[in-house]
Design a protein around this ligand. Structure first.
Ligand code: PSU
Ligand code: MN
Length: 304
């Protein structure tokens, strides 16, 4: 029945059948998270990093209504260039299928499709969360509810302060989603290694993490995990500079009344302009770092 909707790349399919490590990657980061051509370059290099670390990459997206697990390089190029690719979260999937559209999957969308085919580890940049001012706007990313329900471990560089990091962590706590620090006691804030908020557990090796992930799902403790992997020191941004840029970008979005799914892409683009591209360079580097750790976790999990 699922075959009707899914197209799994032969290399990914083979790896899954042989229980070899596979790492899922999202496509919203390509189509709505970074400009062309840095988006394609990043997407291609991320796949190479995953291979170098012993796993098979599976970039996930929707092409012509088919759920694709493992986009090829032309498909990645298409996601990166086309203006007609829809940002796809949970609610969008049925309609992008029925209307045979192209869709770039968010963290939530990617988790759903990864879970359908049994991919357990997913590497990305940052997760969506509770937006600042959510007490008025109700803007809480569907990524959080997906993390509550869907069994995929998400390696990210934390949450940006375009979000309310404290409320995001509260939401995850309520829904029983473990928030783990990879080599850190503090939840990272994407562009910076520190956020001022503690993680639930610090882990120091992929092996230790794999054991916890296995225990969680062996016991049917449904849902994902957030693995916060701080940006490497050399690419970290200055705390005050990035937070000023974020404040300015937020002001601009309020002035222009940007809402709903447009807001995260709008803010990312604004922050990039305000920092003259520095935030983009940091963003790219933290994704590489997450791909490496994601591959190592997938490798350890495949041994258990
Ligand atoms: N954060 C980033 N880059 C991104 C996103 C978030 O630094 O590209 C994307 C991810 O796909 C994430 C989505 O799942 O934005 C969240 O969007 P929303 O807040 O509309 O749920
Ligand atoms: Mn939202």
């Amino acid at each position: 029945m699922l075959e009707r909707y899914l197209e799994i790349h032969p290399e990914v399919d083979k790896a899954l059948k042989e229980n070899r490590p596979v790492v899922a990657l999202e496509s919203t980061i390509i189509s709505h998270g970074m400009p062309y051509p840095q988006n394609v370059e990043t997407a291609i290099k991320v796949e190479a990093i995953i291979r170098q670390n012993g796993a098979v990459p599976a970039t996930i997206g929707i092409i012509n209504g088919k759920l694709k697990v493992g986009l090829n390089s032309e498909e990645i190029e298409h996601m990166a260039k086309s203006k007609d690719v829809i940002k796809v979260s949970r609610r969008d999937i049925p309609f992008v299928i029925s209307k045979k559209l192209d869709g770039a999957t968010t963290v939530a969308g990617t988790m759903i499709i990864a879970n359908l085919v049994g991919i357990k580890v997913f590497a990305t940049g940052g997760i969506g969360g509770v937006h600042r001012g959510a007490e008025n706007t109700f803007d809480i990313s569907a990524d959080l509810k997906e993390l509550a329900n869907t069994n995929v471990a998400v390696v990210c560089a934390g949450a940006k302060s375009i979000l309310d990091i404290g409320l995001t962590l509260e939401y995850l706590e309520t829904h029983g989603v473990p928030v783990v620090g990879y080599g850190t006691e503090e939840f990272p804030a994407f562009y910076t290694r520190r956020s001022g908020f503690k993680v639930d557990y610090k882990v120091d090796s992929p092996k230790e993490l794999a054991a916890a992930i296995k225990a969680k799902w062996d016991l049917n403790l449904e849902g994902g995990l957030v693995i916060g992997n701080p940006i490497p020191k050399e690419y970290e941004m200055d705390y005050d500079i990035i937070n000023k840029a974020i404040e300015d970008a937020l002001h601009e979005s309020e002035k222009l009344e940007i809402k709903g799914k447009e807001i995260t892409p709008f803010l990312l683009d604004k922050i990039k302009s305000i920092t003259s591209g520095k935030s983009l360079e940091s963003n790219i580097q933290l994704v590489y770092n997450n791909a490496m750790i994601g591959a190592k976790i997938a490798l350890e999990l495949s041994k258990l």
